[in-house]
Design a protein around this ligand. Structure first.
Ligand code: NDP
Length: 294
C-alpha cells in the first residue's frame, strides 16, 4: 500500500505574491497542495516545488477539504466561489483576501446558505514574512470548530490568532492595525519630504525619526487606550488648545518649503472642532471620540 501523506491536503486559489508564499509554506510543511490561478503561468514555480496545478478552480476545490483563497479583492472572491458552491459544500473556505467586515459577513452568509464552512482571515505579514516567527494571521468565523479542525495546517502559514465568531472581526482587527500603519507611513513620507526640502538625506535623518516614533508609540498607544477606556481625557502633558494653535506652523512650513500639505491639512479641522466643542484642555486621546459620524 502506498504511504499516506502525513499532512492533510490543502488547496490554494490565487497565486499572487501572497498566495504563492502561502502555497510554498504549505508545501514546505509537507501538505499535498493543489494550486490554481486565473493566469495559469503562475502555477509554474509552485509546481516545481511539488504543488499540484489544477486546470480549473473546480478541480482545485475538489482536491482538498480546506480551500484557502487569496485574491486582490472580495469582489473577485465572490465571483470565483459562487459558481463553485456545490463543489464547496462540506468543505472549509479560509479567505485571506483583504476586505471589510461587511464583506466578510456577506461572504459568511453566502457560505452558510450553501453548506460551506467559512473562516475569514487577515494576514499581518508581507509575503517574505510568511512561515517566519514574526508573522501572524487573524481569523474569525461563525464555525469555530472548522477553524480548530484546520488550526494545525494554518499554523504552517503564520501563528494563528482567533478573534471571535463574528466573521467580520478578523477584517476589523486587520483594518484597525493597518490604519495605524498607514498613519505611520503618511507621517514618515511627510517627514522625509520636509527634511529633504533642505537637501538633508533621508538616511541621515532616519535614526532620529525612528527613535522619536518608537518613543511616541510607546507613550501614545497605551496612554490613549487607557484614556479612551476610562473616558478621562484631561491632560497636563499636551492639550488640544496648544496643538490647535501650533498646527498651522506645520502647514505653513510645508508650503514655505515647496511641499504639498494635503495629507496633513484635514487634521487642522479636527483640532479646531475639538477646541470649538470645549475640549481644549483635553489631550489628543479626545480625538478618538470625535471621529464618530453623526
Ligand atoms: P497580487 O496582486 O500579487 O495577486 C493578486 C491575485 O489575485 C492574483 O493571483 C490574481 O490573479 C488574483 N485575482 C485578482 N482578481 C481576480 C479575479 N477576479 N478572479 C480570480 N483571481 C483574481 O496581490 P497579493 O498576492 O500581494 O495580495 C493578495 C491579497 O493578500 C490582497 O487582498 C492583499 O491585500 C492581501 N495581503 C497582501 C499582502 C502583501 O504584502 N502582498 C500583505 C497582507 C495581505 P492573476 O495572476 O490572474 O492576476
Amino acid at each position: 500500500m502506498p504511504a499516506q501523506p502525513a499532512q492533510s491536503p490543502v488547496t490554494v486559489l490565487g497565486l499572487g505574491l501572497m498566495g504563492s508564499a502561502l502555497a510554498a509554506a504549505l508545501l514546505k510543511a509537507g501538505h499535498p497542495t493543489t494550486v490554481w490561478n486565473r493566469t495559469a503561468a503562475k502555477t509554474g514555480p509552485l509546481a516545481a516545488q511539488g504543488a499540484i496545478p489544477a486546470d480549473t478552480a473546480r478541480d482545485a476545490v475538489e482536491a482538498a477539504p480546506l480551500v484557502i483563497v487569496c485574491l486582490t479583492t472580495n469582489d473577485g472572491v465572490r465571483g470565483l466561489l459562487e459558481p463553485e458552491a456545490d463543489a464547496l459544500k462540506g468543505r472549509t473556505v479560509v479567505n485571506l483576501t483583504n476586505g471589510t467586515p461587511a464583506q466578510a459577513r456577506e461572504l459568511a452568509s453566502w457560505a452558510a446558505a450553501h453548506g460551506v464552512a467559512y473562516v475569514d482571515g487577515g494576514i499581518m505579514a508581507v509575503p517574505q514574512m510568511i512561515a517566519t516567527p514574526g508573522a501572524y494571521i487573524l481569523y474569525s468565523g461563525a464555525d469555530a470548530t472548522a477553524f480548530e479542525a484546520h488550526r494545525a495546517t494554518l499554523s504552517a502559514l503564520a501563528a494563528p490568532k482567533w478573534v471571535g465568531e463574528d466573521p467580520g472581526l478578523a477584517a476589523l482587527y486587520d483594518l484597525s492595525l493597518l490604519t495605524g500603519m498607514y498613519g505611520m507611513v503618511m507621517g514618515v513620507a511627510q517627514a522625509y519630504a520636509l527634511i529633504g526640502s533642505e537637501g538633508i538625506a533621508a538616511r541621515e535623518f532616519a535614526p532620529l525619526l525612528r527613535d522619536w516614533m518608537a518613543a511616541m508609540t510607546d507613550a501614545v498607544v497605551p496612554g490613549t487606550a487607557e484614556a479612551v477606556d476610562a473616558g478621562r481625557h484631561l491632560t497636563d502633558v499636551s492639550n488640544l488648545a496648544m496643538n490647535r494653535d501650533a498646527y498651522p506652523n506645520f502647514l505653513q512650513a510645508y508650503a514655505d518649503q515647496g511641499l504639498r500639505g494635503d495629507l496633513f491639512a484635514p487634521f487642522q479641522g479636527l483640532l479646531d472642532r475639538a477646541v470649538d466643542e470645549g475640549y481644549g484642555a483635553d489631550g489628543l486621546s479626545r480625538l478618538v471620540t470625535l471621529l464618530k459620524q453623526g
